[in-house]
Design a protein around this ligand. Sequence first.
Ligand SMILES: Cc1cc2nc3c(=O)[nH]c(=O)nc-3n(C[C@H](O)[C@H](O)[C@H](O)COP(=O)(O)OP(=O)(O)OC[C@H]3O[C@@H](n4cnc5c(N)ncnc54)[C@H](O)[C@@H]3O)c2cc1C
Length: 405
Amino acid sequence: MDAEIIIAGAGPAGIAAAVALARRRRDLAEAGRIVCFDKARFPREKPCGGGLTGHARAALESLQLAVRVPAVPCRSGRIVYGTEARTVALERPVDVVRREEFDADLVVQARSQGVIVVEAEGVMSHEVDRARGVVRVTTSKGRRLLARVLIGADGAGSRVRKQLLAGEPELRARPLRLFKLEIPAPRPFADEMIYDFSPMKCGLRGYVWLFPVAGGRLNVGAMHTSASAHGLGSGDILRILDRTLARHGVTLPSTARGWPAWPYTPRARLAGPHVLCVGDAAGIDALTGEGIAVGLEHGLVAAEAVEHALNSGDLSFATYTRRVRLATVGRELALDRRLARCLYGPRASRFWLSLVMFDRRMRELYASRVCGSEVLADKSASLLAALARHIVAAPLRLRRLSRAD
Ligand SMILES: Cc1cc2nc3c(=O)[nH]c(=O)nc-3n(C[C@H](O)[C@H](O)[C@H](O)COP(=O)(O)OP(=O)(O)OC[C@H]3O[C@@H](n4cnc5c(N)ncnc54)[C@H](O)[C@@H]3O)c2cc1C
């Protein structure tokens, strides 16, 4: 056997799974048998808003990984719709990092915990040999390696996931589209995260963000959920992004690039014998398009499942999809999938948008999730109370929303 565990991808999800396993199974780490392959060489380009929320912080702490790269601590978030804006304080700041720097440093830290990271060599395909109890992995350099477990942490376009689900009916939802660019800030910006929902009136099913980055720069972008095949095209989204940024006094020096990402679908299978998926390979947050905290938390769940499988000898991972669904990360993703359908859905979106804009307690509740002090999926009573309040207040709030257009 070449390795006990091979991990395809050394982004946050792959590194979290690898480090969590190295901590649980020191014997494997000391023998160099936890091996991550990444097709890129670090630092590699990674499109992302780079916001490390409270849940990301907590996961990093439990993995004894530190944020050692430049970060801008944002102590508030501002949500905007037309002429209306609301600021919500964050009891713990969200640190905005540059993913290129952050991910490269995580690789360095993982190596110091005994994880082997092989760069510039991707996982091309795998084959499960159930009789021998192994998975055979072929890399981009033509190596054929044997392992007991393969973890697919190879991001949104995951080859591992595609091969896992080959021939099965497609359960995954339509992809989100995310566009991003980092630019010099044209004027001083406060250390706060801006989420602008104004373009929803032009058909964007998502938002435009402006986050401060170290060195007087801005990370700007747009997220769009394509609920149907006949939604906005990339050109439309880029025009919307340009127009929205102009209202914040920002002109883009060049065109933002777009990437697809598939949202998490609770029913879709995440594992098969000897193989399991984490992070974007398993699905991103449909409400916000966020996935750093998700990937880190997901890596922890995967490591627990792999340790259990190695100890019990049952490498079927038959319960892994359910295990993720019941974990905090899965429950939060499932809730956000429902909230995304409300907020970005074709019919009632203004009803939900006016709730987000004008219900202070709802915004504070969401902020406490962002800070990591609450799990929103455990707050159904508070969410229902917010909905009840909103049903009463909606006529007035909807009028205010119309005036803000
Ligand atoms: C424009 C944009 C903005 C975003 N903004 C935010 C944000 O503000 N906050 C947030 O939390 N999330 C954000 N996200 C999402 C976040 O970037 C991802 O959810 C997160 O990076 C997922 O981590 P991951 O480890 O699963 O995947 P990745 O970080 O994508 O890592 C996957 C790794 O796998 C490697 N790889 C790919 N194929 C192979 C292969 N075949 N073999 C080996 N290696 C392979 C890649 O090189 C990469 O290093 C954004 C995404 C986009 C596109």
